[in-house]
Design a protein around this ligand. Structure first.
Ligand code: HEC
Length: 362
């Protein structure tokens, strides 16, 4: 099985994008001490536009929220990065028509928020953690902030997948997050140490992913906009394996892939307007091309248990659980491996899955 994965990826490497869309170049600055979301210093850093896609993995149990999020488009978020000797800072800017702040004692109001997720830069780029909060054995460090009445609440946690979040509570906050809303735009910053107890970013290329929530659309938890993994380049080295893996496009034929997916996958997965599969049977693949890498898609097809998407709906029927647990306490995906398909067929399927993503909002 391993042979198939490596061979397929070998092909994928051949047609990596030249555009390097996934690289955010960090700018060195003297000190990040007094940096705020509106500091002039940010103007010196290069802007990268990152597309955030609606995470459609599972349908929310909240009908009203679903209605508000039907046909949701992807959003362009501007991102800048600065660093000094000890810390690294991110500025995210995105448009939002309304400032939504969760009010006390109101359970049906939700707030705008943002999160920045880091994977260990030493990880094999072919085995990046699952984009939605990590996966077993592939942990992520998540910095998360939401707007609350008169205040903002930040949280840092280590996660190996949904429901495994381990909040980090240190005596002194070791990171700062801020959000400021003016004229229909959120500006949000995270300042964190380059090295903390959990991840060491003192290296050339850092795998980072981002998310934002829109309270007005009742977004919370998995209902959000999510970026794919992107590379933050701090020491000016381009074209690394990490960015090649993130930018790789399958050389397969998406039209052939479409037919193969209809034949092999639509019994369990919903995507686009194909809704044959029962709800909650498997992740909805409607935006998978927006937030998954070709390497991840390939791995999902040939070795489904390598990463188990843990975010299945807990209210779903037992028969709709996404994994079983064997005698050795190992989680086994209910998705069968498709490693019997030829490399060409796998490439075609991956090429089609990469087309599955929402249009970008103008
Ligand atoms: C028997 C039902 C079933 C079939 C058939 C099936 N899958 Fe899956 N698939 C699942 C389940 C359940 C999961 C979630 C558990 C996991 O991560 O393995 C999943 C996960 C995935 C994921 C990860 C989704 C995410 O959100 O990260 C991808 C990609 C995927 N499948 C693609 C495919 C493709 C392509 C095919 C056809 C070649 C296919 N699946 C066939 C049930 C199925």
């Amino acid at each position: 099985m391993k042979k198939v994965i490596l061979k397929t990826l070998f092909f994928l490497f051949f047609i990596s994008c030249i555009s390097q869309s996934s690289v955010i170049v960090a700018k060195k600055t003297d000190s990040l001490k007094n940096i705020t979301p509106v500091s002039k210093e940010w103007m010196t850093a290069k802007v990268t536009h990152v597309i955030f896609y609606p995470q459609t993995t599972v349908v929310s149990a909240d009908k009203k929220a679903n209605e508000l999020n039907v046909g949701q488009k992807a959003k362009k978020v501007s991102i800048r990065t600065l660093y000094d000797d000890k810390q690294i800072a991110f500025l995210l800017e995105w448009s939002d028509n309304s400032k939504s702040v969760q009010k006390q004692n109101e359970t049906d109001s939700y707030s705008d928020g943002f999160a920045v997720e880091f994977a260990d830069p030493k990880i094999d780029p072919l085995k990046l953690p699952y984009i939605g909060m990590g996966s077993e054995g592939r942990q992520v460090e998540i910095f998360f902030q939401k707007a609350h009445k008169n205040s903002f609440e930040s949280e840092v946690s280590i996660s190996e997948g949904y429901a495994t979040m381990l909040p980090i509570k240190e005596k002194k906050p070791f990171a700062q997050m801020k959000m400021e809303y003016t004229n229909g735009t959120w500006k949000a910053t995270l300042i964190r140490p380059i090295k903390d107890l959990y991840t060491c970013l003192d290296t050339e290329n850092i795998p980072v992913a981002f998310a934002i929530w829109d309270g007005e659309k009742l977004q919370r938890d998995g209902l959000k906009l999510l970026s794919s993994w992107v590379v933050v380049d701090i020491y000016g080295s381009k074209n690394t394996t990490l960015s090649k893996v993130i930018d790789a496009k399958s050389s397969g034929d998406a039209a052939v892939g479409k037919t193969l997916v209809r034949q092999n996958c639509a019994v369990c997965h919903r995507y686009e307007d194909i809704e044959d599969a029962p709800l909650y049977m498997a992740p909805d693949l409607s935006n998978i091309g927006g937030y998954a890498t070709a390497a991840y898609l390939t791995e999902s097809i040939v070795d489904p248990s390598a990463v188990i998407v843990a975010g299945y709906n807990k209210n779903a029927h037992k028969n709709l659980q996404w994994f079983t647990i064997d005698k050795n306490d190992t989680k086994i995906s209910v998705m069968p491996s498709f490693s019997h398909l030829s490399n060409k067929e796998i490439l075609d399927i991956v090429a089609f899955l990469q087309t599955l993503k929402a249009e970008v909002e103008k």
